[in-house]
Design a protein around this ligand. Structure first.
Ligand code: APR
Length: 245
């Protein structure tokens, strides 16, 4: 397949970030007033921060878990779930988000590379599982019954994201790569566009503002709110009207 030609057999990989959930009422990290303007990354998003002050880290994720539990997917999440359902070729959605809104919208071919808010990881037995309630330093592991060794199943800075071999395999076979609602500042996700380009994929960014303008990473940059531009783009794609780069 020549670059730019997308057909029904094309393989699609989508990467999403916090921007896709912004219109569902969840804060992004790096926009003005975002989460990292209010919290120090070192305190709440590193293993060292957790060791220093576990109650602070639990409270941070408990708040996010409660907010995510009542949040509702928006038309951008719905459009990606629909695309997966009807696309005849291969489709993979990789999200950096921990909020669970893609699943609520019906996405199935989905990797949470940074973990999820509704999961626990036990530092005593190493096992993972579902977790719906607040978590604390008194929580008991449902697997090994150890008390006080649970942490949220979130990938922190300095830790290896989940599903990397599977994601790189899909990027290496991608014909179309979409980056939606992410600032492209956190690695390895920020490099996925380069992997996809090397594989010959057409690369498209859909974001409020082009994240890396002028760097030649994306063949097409579509600016706007995710709930406006993602459904329109998906509609064009399904009608075989991908805008030319
Ligand atoms: N529609 C589309 N894009 C939006 C919208 C919206 N309504 N609102 C904001 N954006 C864009 C912003 O312009 C920004 O480029 O979404 C992007 C959000 O960027 P970040 O806040 O950096 O979030 P993200 O890229 O997901 O962060 C990556 O950083 O701290 C970590 O682990 C955390 O997974 C997260 C990672």
């Amino acid at each position: 397949m020549r670059k730019g030609e997308i057909s029904a057999e094309s393989s699609i990989v989508v990467l999403t970030g916090a921007g896709i959930s912004q219109e569902s009422g969840l804060d992004t990290f790096r926009d003005a007033g975002g989460i990292w303007a209010r919290y120090d990354i070192d305190d709440v998003a590193t293993p060292e921060g957790f060791r220093r002050n576990p109650p602070l880290v639990h409270e941070f994720y408990n708040t996010q878990r409660r907010e995510a539990a009542t949040a509702v997917p928006n038309p951008a999440h719905a459009a990606l779930a629909e695309l997966e359902k009807v696309w005849p070729g291969r489709f993979l959605l990789v999200t950096q988000n921990i909020d669970g809104l893609h699943e609520k919208a019906g996405s199935k071919a989905l990797f949470h590379m940074h973990g999820t808010l509704d999961g626990f990881l036990c530092e005593a037995c190493g096992r993972r599982g579902s977790w719906a309630d607040d978590m604390s330093t008194n929580s008991t592991c449902p697997q090994c019954s150890h008390k006080g060794a649970l942490r949220p199943d979130i990938v922190w800075f300095g830790e290896m994201p989940y599903f990397m071999p599977e994601i790189y395999r899909a990027l290496g076979e991608a014909d179309l790569f979409l980056s939606i609602g992410t600032s492209g500042t956190v690695y390895p996700a920020a490099d996925f566009v380069r992997e996809a380009r090397q594989a010959g994929a057409t690369t498209v960014e859909l974001n409020l503002e082009a994240s890396r303008k002028g760097r030649g990473l994306f063949d097409l940059e579509i600016e706007g709110k995710a709930s406006d531009i993602v459904p329109l783009f998906v509609d064009d794609l399904l009608r075989g009207r991908l805008p030319p780069p």
